[in-house]
Design a protein around this ligand. Sequence first.
Ligand code: DOR
Ligand code: ZN
Length: 343
Amino acid sequence: MNEITLLRPDDWHLHVRDGEVLNDVIPDSARCFGRAIIMPNLKPPITRVAQALEYRQRILSAVPENSHFEPLMTLYLNANTTAEEITHAADSAHIHALKYYPAGATTNSDTGVPCIESVYSALEVMEEKRLPLLVHGEVTDSNVDIFDREAVFIDTVLTPLLKRFSKLNLVLEHITTSHAVDFVTAMPDTVAATLTPHHLLMNRNDIFRGGIRPHHYCLPILKREKHRQALIGAAISGNPKFFLGTDSAPHAKQTKENACGCAGMYSAHAAIELYAEVFDEANALDRLEAFASCFGPDFYHLPRNTQTIKLLKDDWVVPKNIPFGENKLIPLRAGETVHWKLA
Ligand code: DOR
Ligand code: ZN
């Protein structure tokens, strides 16, 4: 197959930051995605509906004129999130979920959830209102090996959580291990997972290929090849629990090329093309549309997009860098070839 037409896909996990950089990153997502779940880990985080609605307006101002890209907003859950705010969020047409960051797990998560029990009353309201909880699934205990943090989170936090809140709609975000694939598969239909292009395309050797590669550092960190194979299996399985979420996370070049570089990879410039590479390599291009364009809206009880996009099997070279406000960012595959192209 050298070309493929898909219902317009959506990105169910996206970081776009705020301010003038929106003008640099939003067009990259808007060129192929109809909608995106916008992560709330700004400084300060988006914890209130009113803040999210203002942020939404700033994002919309950065959407190119020829696009109908729609930001789907989320709130940052913390120990102070009230039942009123969750009810307000559930009643808003523009708030679609709350994001759970264990405090200290990743970029701008220091005001996240210190212990899961501190948000149990909030989760009760979310379960009742059917407002999904989007989970960064890693424990933060520095004694736990960084490559085990997702598995330990599943066993020690998520399993008891879902026993207690058995009807909670929950997305385990950016899964990275076979353990997560097995866990999500075994759960009821109310539990789903997103898969990123970088975890589908790379393993942990890619962090150290010929030297240390700060642009391949993200959280959860890349894992062993056997885990990558399990993720590909989930993506191409046709199981509606697994759908597209890029976790595209822009950072200025100098904050990643740093003695203490921050976590996150930018993939919005080539997102659907990179997923097409994964599905093509696995001889499963016929499953790409369901994964990219159908299972996400079905889970969120939103209509599927009706327009289509066309992808061509055609090499192009990713720019070495991309403007990011007054800075530059280094996109995934910078200076290298991508084998699929948006028509
Ligand atoms: O690598 C990551 N970057 N993982 C996250 O969970 C957050 C993200 C970011 O915001 O930069
Ligand atoms: Zn993320």
